[in-house]
Design a protein around this ligand. Structure first.
Ligand code: ATP
Length: 350
C-alpha cells in the first residue's frame, strides 16, 4: 500500500520560502499529523503531497513511485476538506458518486464501493437529502465518504473538523481513526489543534517556519521535546535558560538558572554551555523533599477540577505548577521539588 517518502522538499512563492528542505518518511497505514501555528507551511506541504502544488525543489514518492510532477487526479490520494466542500445542489448519494463517475468507474464496481462506504459511515438513511438538510457531523461523514469511495491508498485531511462543535469533533475524530484503520489507509492530517494531534496520531510532525522541528510519537513529543518551540507548543512547559556549571558526580549536570542551581540528568554537555531547559507543571512535587527544592510565592491560582493551576513568582520569573493539594491561596509561599530526570535539556543557546 501507500507509504510516503519526501526528500528535501522546498516551496518558494516568489522570494518567500513557505517550506524549506523538508524530508520525511511515512509508513504504509500510518496516521501522521502536521501540527503548527498559522502560516508554518502545513497546507503547503499537504498540497505538495496531493499534487496541487509542485515543489520548487525536492522529490515526493508514493508507494515507491516518484510522483513529484504527477497531477493530483493521477495520484493514489484523496483530499478531505471541511464539510462545506460538499456540492450543495447534489444529494448525498450524488455527492458520494461524483468522483467515481468522473473517473468512469463501471456501474457494478461503483455500487460495491458505495455500499461499503455507506454502511461503514452509517449514511443509508440520508442518501436522498441535500447537504443543507444534514447535521454538521453527517456532512463531515459525507465529505469523508466522498474521499473513501475513491479507494485511495493515501488520504489527506485539511482541518476537516474545524467547523464542528467540541463534542461532535470528538465523535468524528474517533470515527475518522476507525475508518482509517479499517480501510488500511495512510493518513496525513493537518491541524493547529494540539489536543486533536496528540489524541489521533501515530506520529506528529511539529512544524515551525517552514521546517519540521520534531517528528515523533505524541508521548515522546510531550515527554522529551527537543526544542523550546516544541516544549511550549505541546502542552504547557516552564522553559528557562541555563548555564552548565559542573557535574553532580552522579552522571548528571549542575545548571545555573534564574531559579537558582538545578540538577538534571545529562552527561554529554560541557561546562560553560548555555542551554534551554524545560519542565512540566505537573512534575512539581509539593510533598517530596530532596534535590531541586524550590520555594516561591503564589501570584495566581485557578481551580481546574482534578488539579489546581498555580502561577508562582520566583525572583521575577513566572513559573507554572499544578497540584492536588487543597487550600493553597494567592499570596501563600509554597515549596516543591523537581526530580532531575524531569528536567529536559533542549537546544543550545548561541
Ligand atoms: P494555517 O494554519 O493558517 O492554514 P498553514 O500552516 O497551513 O497555516 P500555509 O497555508 O502552508 O500555512 O502557508 C505558509 C506560508 O506560505 C504563509 O505565510 C502563506 O501566506 C504563504 N503562502 C501560501 N500559499 C501562498 C501563495 N500561493 N502565494 C504566496 N504565499 C503563499
Amino acid at each position: 500500500m501507500g507509504g510516503i517518502s519526501a526528500r528535501n522538499l522546498k516551496m518558494e512563492f516568489g522570494s518567500f520560502v513557505a517550506v524549506r528542505n523538508v524530508s520525511f518518511e511515512v509508513a504504509s497505514g500510518e496516521f501522521v499529523t502536521l501540527l503548527g501555528p498559522s502560516g508554518c507551511g502545513k497546507t503547503t506541504l499537504l498540497k505538495m503531497i496531493s499534487g496541487f502544488l509542485t515543489p520548487t525543489h525536492g522529490e515526493i514518492h508514493l508507494a515507491g513511485q516518484d510522483v513529484t510532477r504527477t497531477p493530483p487526479e493521477k495520484r493514489d490520494t484523496a483530499l478531505c476538506f471541511q464539510s462545506y466542500a460538499l456540492f450543495p445542489h447534489l444529494s448525498v448519494l450524488e455527492n458520494l458518486e461524483f468522483g467515481l463517475r468522473q473517473k468512469r468507474v463501471a456501474g457494478p464496481e461503483r455500487k460495491t464501493r458505495l455500499d461499503a462506504v455507506i454502511s461503514a459511515l452509517d449514511l443509508s438513511l440520508h442518501l436522498e437529502k441535500l447537504p443543507n438538510q444534514l447535521s454538521g457531523g453527517q456532512q463531515q461523514r459525507v465529505a469523508l465518504g466522498r474521499a473513501l469511495v475513491m479507494r485511495p491508498s493515501v488520504i489527506l485531511f485539511d482541518e476537516p473538523l474545524s467547523n464542528l462543535d467540541a463534542k461532535l469533533r470528538d465523535q468524528v475524530r474517533i470515527e475518522i481513526r476507525r475508518i482509517q484503520r479499517d480501510f488500511g489507509l495512510t493518513a496525513i492530517y493537518v491541524t493547529h489543534d494540539q489536543a486533536e494531534a496528540l489524541a489521533m496520531s501515530d506520529r506528529v510532525f511539529v512544524m515551525n517556519g517552514g521546517v519540521i522541528e520534531q517528528a515523533d510519537t505524541p508521548e515522546t513529543l510531550y515527554g522529551a521535546p527537543k526544542t523550546s518551540f516544541v516544549a511550549d507548543f505541546i502542552g504547557s512547559a516552564n522553559v528557562l535558560e541555563a548555564c552548565v556549571t559542573g557535574t553532580d558526580g552522579n552522571g548528571g549536570v549542575e545548571l545555573a538558572t534564574s531559579l537558582g542551581p538545578l540538577f538534571a540528568k545529562k552527561t554529554d554537555l560541557q561546562e560553560g554551555r548555555m542551554v534551554k531547559i524545560c519542565w512540566r507543571p505537573e512534575h512539581a512535587d509539593l510533598e517530596a523533599g530532596g534535590t531541586n527544592r524550590l520555594t516561591a510565592r503564589v501570584t495566581h491560582r485557578a481551580f481546574q477540577g482534578h488539579f489546581t493551576d498555580l502561577h508562582l513568582d520566583m525572583d521575577g520569573t513566572d513559573i507554572r505548577i499544578q497540584t492536588n493539594r487543597p487550600g493553597i491561596l494567592e499570596g501563600d509561599t509554597v515549596s516543591f521539588s523537581l526530580q532531575p530526570e524531569q528536567i529536559v535539556l533542549l537546544e543550545a543557546v548561541a
